[in-house]
Design a protein around this ligand. Structure first.
Ligand SMILES: Nc1ncnc2c1ncn2[C@@H]1O[C@H](COP(=O)(O)OP(=O)(O)OP(=O)(O)O)[C@@H](O)[C@H]1O
Length: 333
């Protein structure tokens, strides 16, 4: 038994001759947030539907909550919750009735069902609205109710398919708080989203799906380092220090007005140390050093561009004297 909540090896799915998932591998450690990113139609929902037993895969060795998806889908279903584009909320009945219905589906006793419903309605700030028809709820309230309903069965793994699409910024932030709380309770969250800032905020690991394959996978920081564009900016207050630094550094981008120099860098600890050592060795002190990494938008566009996967790995080190620029490209964390 592994500590992976979700493990997929060679997950395949086609519709007719359209290959949607072309043998992808996923490994989601228990108690973490994993985000599957991809453009429209990339296959995110298909992956969620397969892993949550709603549809079957064409191939692959798939385990969720330690159970083989093909051999024991019932056990998988008992361990998971799914919320997302296909909402389970019934608008004709009240929020409370929706919750109690869910409790019935999970075979909770009347008394236990009431207790769980009350607790979750409180937790999701739905007490005031509990006796009103769910159709009258705002988008954010409906999403909260949807997640509350999912939690009635105390799932250890939750699939959230684009949980904040269409929500206003405040509701999105509320939802992020809810997701963080779930994870702090030990729940594993499999999140699909088109919002890169959402993956950046929440996910421990992110996989970018493109053309049926995982184009890249890693933490948000690791992914940002995959593409060129990261740099370190050195700013000087003293024009003389600026001049000596720019004379000594080769291939930097100079900004004579701002007295700043820009060096290509992946922002890793090793590179920063190398830059700092070099500044010390030439006796120059910068007044400000800032690290600029590409954001996830840059990564997303580079990996899922119009021509498909164009993964490129930056091998540009800081432009420090060659003798000191000997660090490998492994990440510092
Ligand atoms: N039942 C189906 N029959 C045929 N094709 C399908 C079916 N379901 C999905 N597809 C196709 O599979 C591809 C992946 O769809 P999917 O809904 O998984 O993408 P997605 O990444 O979730 O997209 P979005 O962000 O738009 O929700 C799309 O090209 C879609 O048209």
């Amino acid at each position: 038994m592994t500590s992976l909540a979700i493990a997929a090896n060679g997950l395949r799915k086609s519709y007719g001759d359209k290959v949607v998932l072309d043998g992808i591998d996923l490994a989601v450690p228990a108690g973490t947030v994993f985000s599957l990113l991809g453009p429209n139609g990339a296959g995110k929902t298909t992956a969620v539907k397969i892993l949550s037993t709603l549809i079957s895969a064409d191939g692959g060795d798939l385990h969720v909550a330690g159970h083989d998806l093909a051999a024991d889908p019932q056990a998988v279903r008992a361990a998971i919750g799914v919320t997302g584009q296909f909402s389970a909320v019934d608008g004709l009945i009240t929020g409370e009735e929706n919750m109690l219905l869910m409790a019935d589906l999970h075979h909770l006793s009347k008394r236990e069902g009431r207790r769980v419903a009350t607790e979750l309605l409180e937790r999701f700030d739905l007490v005031e609205a509990a006796k009103k028809p769910a159709a009258s709820y705002s988008g954010g309230m409906k999403r909260r109710l949807d997640i509350a309903m999912t939690l009635v069965g105390s799932p250890r793994i939750i699939f959230l398919d684009e949980p904040t699409t269409g929500l206003d910024p405040r509701s999105r932030h509320n939802m992020w708080g809810i997701i963080r709380e779930l994870v702090s309770d030990g729940v594993t969250v499999f999140l699909t989203t088109q919002y890169l800032d959402e993956a950046d905020e929440l996910a421990d690991r992110i996989a970018v799906l493109s053309d049926g394959k995982i184009a890249a996978e890693g933490s948000a920081d690791e992914l940002k380092r995959l593409i060129p564009g990261g740099h370190v900016r050195l700013r000087f207050a003293d024009p003389a220090a600026y001049r000596s630094a720019s004379a000594a550094l080769r291939e930097v981008t100079r900004d004579d007005e701002a007295l700043s120099l820009q060096l290509p860098s992946d922002g890793s600890q090793r590179e920063l140390r190398s830059i700092l050592n070099w500044l010390d060795s030439v006796g120059v002190e910068a007044d400000e050093l800032t690290v600029h990494t590409p954001d996830l938008d840059d990564v997303f566009f580079a990996l899922t561009g119009p021509t498909g996967s164009t993964s490129s790995t930056s091998s540009t080190g800081p432009t420090v004297p060659a003798a000191q620029n000997d660090q490998s490209k492994e990440t510092a964390r």
